[in-house]
Design a protein around this ligand. Structure first.
Ligand SMILES: Nc1nc2[nH]c(I)nc2c(=O)[nH]1
Length: 278
């Protein structure tokens, strides 16, 4: 497995960040990377033993925290049962406690830095989790949904130049099958990424539904495109934290989003750990 070959914009920065991670953790290769989105914070403890916690702002290419007091970290975790006793890191994961959203800098390359760093650190799989709004009434807040495909409405892409990347089966059917073995009740759906930071209008939500969307959010699609381009197998899981605008009659509140995530925490963290153990 040759991590992140080539000279695409952002790749050398990612290799620098990965070298810094290997240096700090003493782990040559982290086999899996996990990006924890809204509501998924509690999963890391269940995935394995955290051996290092590094503020991402200390690594090359990661922006300084944009929200005062929010100090995102990346954790090096020795996977439960994952061999990896030797420093090769075959049994190690990188857990990114947050992601860069497109709406923070309006630059898709900056968004892609997380998954590119993971690829440069030797990861072969990236698990992208997020919080989102649901266009499916049966999927109440707290419902975890497997991402089957995405619609990228940002108008942006992390790719530059003639990189005609195929996105067929972008969200790994193999890992989705494993997820269903862990929890056969898991639904799956199409995730629509809006640029944000504003929520969708009810008309935009109806549009997202009309074009085949089941979930609306402000992340994941751009991360997944960069991950496929970097040669990673991609698995996406959404946590419904709210009914999309206009589907519930009440205005959206960020507080409600946070609270729904916390309520579902234990179940989705156990689910994520179960999938990663496989
Ligand atoms: N675009 C969009 N992003 C979200 N993130 C969360 I959590 N809920 C939503 C939502 O309803 N719409």
């Amino acid at each position: 497995h040759s991590p992140l070959q080539g000279d695409h914009p952002g790749f050398s920065e990612a290799r620098r960040a990965a070298a810094a991670l290997a240096q700090v953790t003493g782990v040559a290769r982290h086999r899996i990377a996990v990006v924890l989105g809204s509501g998924w914070g509690g999963a890391a403890e269940l995935i394995g033993e955290t051996t290092h916690t590094i503020p991402t702002a200390e690594l090359p290419g990661f922006a300084a925290p944009s929200v005062p007091g929010h100090n995102p970290t990346v954790r090096s975790v020795r996977l439960n049962g994952g061999g990896g006793e030797d420093s090769s890191g075959a049994g190690h994961a990188l857990i990114f406690g947050s992601r860069t959203h497109y709406y923070e800098h309006r630059d898709a390359g900056t968004v892609a830095h997380t998954v590119r760093t993971a690829a440069a650190a030797g990861a072969e799989i990236v698990v992208l989790t997020n919080g989102c709004g649901s266009l499916v009434p049966e999927w109440a807040p707290g419902t975890p949904v497997l991402v089957a495909d995405h619609i990228n409405l940002t108008g942006a892409t992390p790719l530059v130049g003639a990189n005609f990347v195929d996105l067929t089966d972008l969200y790994s059917p193999r890992i989705r099958e494993i997820a269903r073995e862990v929890d056969s009740s898991l639904p799956e759906g199409v995730y629509v990424q809006f640029s944000g930071p504003q929520y969708e209008t009810p008309a935009e939500v109806r549009y997202a539904k009309a074009i085949g969307g089941d979930l609306v959010g402000m992340s994941t699609a751009l991360d997944a495109i960069a991950a496929r381009h970097a040669g990673l197998e991609v698995f996406g899981m959404s946590l419904v934290t709210n009914a999309a605008a206009g589907f519930s009659g009440e205005p959206l509140s960020h507080a409600e989003v946070v609270e729904a995530g916390q309520a579902a925490g234990p179940r989705i963290s156990a689910l994520l750990a179960g999938i990663i153990d496989r």
